[in-house]
Design a binder for this molecule. Structure first.
Ligand code: 1CP
Length: 342
């Protein structure tokens, strides 16, 4: 039988809303930091036993309904040999940025079974020990967001290189991103084959994309990925944040779930996207630094919003948990979410 979260999405009422948190396996957990002192990020992500162990760490403190496997959105390029370094307090840094369509042709060589075999192995390990009622989620970075890191070298918050390329020759950029998109598709299918029941595509920097490029070039690329996954019966979640200029256009995408940021209420996002998707979100991660009473109150407000939606929602944050978040507040969010009925 499918795990609980997926039965809920199918519309069979389960009594309460499922809950998990983006970046739940990361740096706010003392046990993660302890392991990180002994191993580099890539050592942890590419050693199946370690990646599986880290993925399951949140279950020691949180009663979440899903586990996301421990990795990064830059794992696919890293596995292909693109030089991606994880720099402390910076994030991923690509020492030789990919600046041409020819450079992106490297992605046509991608074979998950040889370049990211460790991911499949980690997923199989997790699935073999995880409670069958808890969902195992696969993920990848969306082509635009991964492209931002590959072209810029790092998330410099200006994205001058990739935007320049987009304005100079949008058709050329989209061919480059499509090569990455095809690789991403086979990466996600491989994750499903190894036990991930659903997959999330992270498009953190969609907020930077001009509307015209989205509608004309990028939207068909995303739909090619969502359609191919749907054809194989793989449920999809698409994460964007602060891309409200595209909110109406997002209704034309064909994922199952839209994971949305904290700036708009769920009801408004649902209306603007024509009730096409289940929604996931959207407690402000910053709230988790506040008073525990506020965390509980905001969670109750979120559940009240979710109850009004026309499709089954998944409770989560609007973005990933921030480093330094007090674990007891994360726990208060999850416990409160579980205590409230649909
Ligand atoms: O729960 C988890 O931690 C799961 C694994 C996970 C996921 C889903 C990691 C581990 N990274 C991601 C996704 C990810 N990585 C995104 C999309 C989601 C989001 O917007 O938060 C992005 C943009 C990245 C890129 C990235 N990797 C950053 C952000 C950099 C920036 O420019 O803002 C950082 C700091 C990393 C490194 C990283 N990835 C993951 C962890 C735990 C870390 C910290 C590394 C460490 O331990 O030193």
């Amino acid at each position: 039988m499918k795990p609980w979260l997926l039965r809920h999405l199918d519309g069979s009422p389960q009594g309460r809303f499922p809950v998990w948190l983006m970046r739940q396996a990361g740096r706010y957990l003392p046990n993660y930091r302890k392991l990180r002192e002994k191993h580099s990020f890539w050592e942890m992500a590419t050693t199946p036993e370690l990646a599986a162990q880290v993925s399951l760490l949140p279950l020691e403190v949180l009663e979440v309904d899903a586990v996301i496997f421990f990795s990064d959105i830059l794992t696919l390029p890293y596995g292909l040999g693109v030089p991606v370094e994880m720099k402390e307090s910076v994030g991923p840094v690509v020492s030789q940025p990919l600046l041409t369509r020819e450079a992106f042709e490297v992605f046509t060589r991608f074979r998950p079974e040889s370049h990211t075999a460790f991911v499949g192995q980690a997923l199989s390990l997790i699935r073999s020990t995880l409670d069958p009622e808890k969902a195992l989620l696969g993920f990848a970075g969306a082509p635009w967001t991964v492209g931002c890191y590959l072209v810029e070298g790092r998330a410099n918050r200006q994205f001058g290189q990739i935007k320049n390329w987009m304005h100079r020759d949008p058709a050329d950029l989209i061919v480059a991103l499509a090569a990455l998109g095809e690789a991403t598709l086979s990466y996600l299918k491989d994750q499903h084959a190894h036990g991930a029941e659903a997959v999330q595509l992270f498009d953190t920097w969609l907020s930077e994309m001009p509307r015209q490029f989205f509608v004309e070039y990028y939207l068909p690329l995303l739909n090619r990925i969502f359609d191919a996954l749907r054809a194989e019966g793989i449920p999809t979640i698409y994460f964007t944040k602060h891309a409200h200029h595209l909110l109406d256009d997002l209704a034309q995408l064909r994922m199952d779930v839209l994971s949305t940021d904290e700036l708009l209420k769920l009801g408004e996002v649902e209306a603007r996207t024509q009730k096409k998707f289940s929604l996931q979100g959207n407690l402000d991660p910053v709230m988790l630094f506040g008073d525990i009473g506020v965390v509980r109150m905001e969670t109750r407000k979120l559940v009240a919003e979710a109850r009004k939606l026309s499709r089954p929602a998944i409770l989560n944050l609007g973005h990933g948990i921030l480093p330094g978040t007090p674990v007891e507040n994360v726990k208060a969010f999850v416990d409160e979410a579980r205590a409230l009925w649909l």
